[in-house]
Design a protein around this ligand. Structure first.
Ligand code: ZN
Length: 459
């Protein structure tokens, strides 16, 4: 599609976007969106350098809360926020193919650079057109940097804790015991980066802020994250502070590496957006310092990572300290958190996107979402569903609920049939997609409190 140029524009490259739109990307760093019928409109603020690009546009701010709706624009389509980012660790959402994700209404997925580096390797992914060409998912994509793996194979392993397990022990008594068995750290951290051994074959690898940018350039996701050091909830103040300061230095190095490769068209996606990550554990002064330092760097968006405290209340404090100090005109992503009550807690404080593997992981264990049940979930292994002719959720419009009874699904689950993984995952993802739609509507009509009250159930 040809682009209509304004007189200010000196040079332009066009990128196809969903909905028959194109983005005109210009040398004077203005971004224009062209709609075929309405002409060219300036959609995003003029920027001085490519790195200052904000692909986020705020649409509505809730009257009484920091909650907001917005639009996150990428060259592979736009994302209405608040949004749930579906976890596709190894370039696939477990048990569900890309076309099903489109049918479910999934807007964006997040893959993991660490896992894809180990297998199949970023060179393979790049040679097949990056993550979009490789996986067949054509929509917006994020990649995490591997910082969490640095944590979980390092201090997380030494401390015998996971990011969430030790944070909310009363609420999830045996969540990741097998994943975070205590043992010797597999990671050696230095100022230069992190050395670690592959969990697949024991081979040695090294991640630095610079080579992780190169890795993520080759993977070609639309939104990429810097390498950070994710501390354990058991780390003391002094260690958390030192790790945070190192994360800040790494962020600057990553930004520099990103800037240097911004015009290198040998990578599959040269229109990537780089997010910085705020650290600082559950310490108020550190979180505020990190939000100020990272928020002051020229990132395209911001993620909130690391230990979020020892209780849900502490996590809420961390968000309250952090979010007001981040630039208002850029997106904020909450890393690794996505239980329903956490989504409400984050959204009301101004979080725009979430990712969490729980929705798909619990589906494979037989647990499916159902509003108004304790914790909004039931387990289809339960004998009470053996003869139940109803769908999982009579109000759900997903493929699984339209086609199958709880009795049949319960049978598939107890028999260990592969089809169960797919059917249960489809329902759980559709449930979250619809919830996020309701949340966006509630923000638009300034009724988020009412919606949250409607979803509050006994634990
Ligand atoms: Zn359903």
């Amino acid at each position: 599609m040809p682009c209509l140029m304004g007189i200010l524009l000196r040079s332009t490259t066009c990128f196809p976007v969903k909905n028959n739109r194109s983005i005109s990307h210009t040398l004077n760093h203005s971004i224009f969106i062209r709609f075929p019928l309405s002409g060219t409109i300036q959609a995003l603020a003029t920027r001085r350098r490519p790195l200052q690009i904000s692909m986020f546009t705020l649409q509505h701010r809730h009257k009484e809360l920091p909650a907001r709706t917005g639009n996150l624009l990428t060259v592979h389509g736009s994302v209405s926020t608040p949004a749930f980012v579906v976890v596709a660790t190894r370039a696939t959402v477990k048990a569900v193919e890309p076309q099903a994700l489109v049918d479910i209404g999934v807007q964006i997925v997040i893959s993991n650079s660490y896992h894809l580096h180990l297998r199949p390797g970023e060179e393979t992914v790049a040679s097949l057109g990056g993550l979009h060409g490789f996986s067949g998912w054509r929509g917006p994509t994020m990649t995490d940097s591997g910082g969490f793996q640095v944590f979980s194979l390092g201090a997380g392993k030494e401390h015998g804790v996971g990011k969430v397990a030790s944070i909310f022990p009363d609420e999830d008594p045996q969540p990741r015991a097998n994943h975070y068995r205590q043992g010797k750290s597999l990671v050696k951290l230095t100022e230069e980066g992190a050395s670690f051994k592959s969990i697949i074959d024991g081979s040695k690898h090294f991640f630095s802020p610079e080579n992780v940018i190169e890795l993520e350039r080759k993977l070609g996701a639309d939104i990429i994250l810097v390498l950070d050091e994710c501390t354990s909830p058991l780390h003391d103040y002094a260690y958390t502070k030192a790790a945070m300061e190192r994360t800040h230095r790494w962020a600057q190095r990553a930004l520099h590496a990103f800037e240097k490769t911004a015009d290198d068209h040998s990578y599959p996606n040269t229109e990537q957006i780089l997010y910085g990550i705020v650290q600082g554990g559950a310490y108020e002064d550190l979180r505020k310092e990190s939000a100020r330092v990272i928020g002051g760097m020229l990132f395209g968006g911001f993620a909130i990572g690391g230990s979020l405290g020892k209780s849900k209340e502490e996590m809420h404090h961390v968000l309250d300290w952090t979010i007001p100090l981040l630039p208002d005109d850029k997106a904020r992503h909450l890393l690794g958190i996505g239980e329903i009550e956490d989504i409400f807690a984050g959204v009301r404080r101004g979080v725009d996107t979430f990712d969490c593997a729980a929705a798909t992981r619990i589906a494979r264990n037989g647990t499916v979402f159902l509003k108004s049940e304790p914790r909004h979930r039931i387990n289809l292994r339960n004998t009470r569903f053996r003869d139940d002719p109803r769908p999982i959720d009579e109000t759900c419009d997903c493929f699984t609920c339209r086609q199958h009874s709880r009795a049949y699904l319960s049978h598939l689950c107890r028999s260990g049939e592969f089809s169960f993984y797919r059917l249960a995952t489809i329902h759980n993802l559709r449930f979250l997609v619809r919830l996020m739609e309701r949340i966006r509507e509630a923000i638009e009509s300034d009724e988020l409190d009412e919606l949250e009250a409607e979803w509050r159930t006994p634990a």
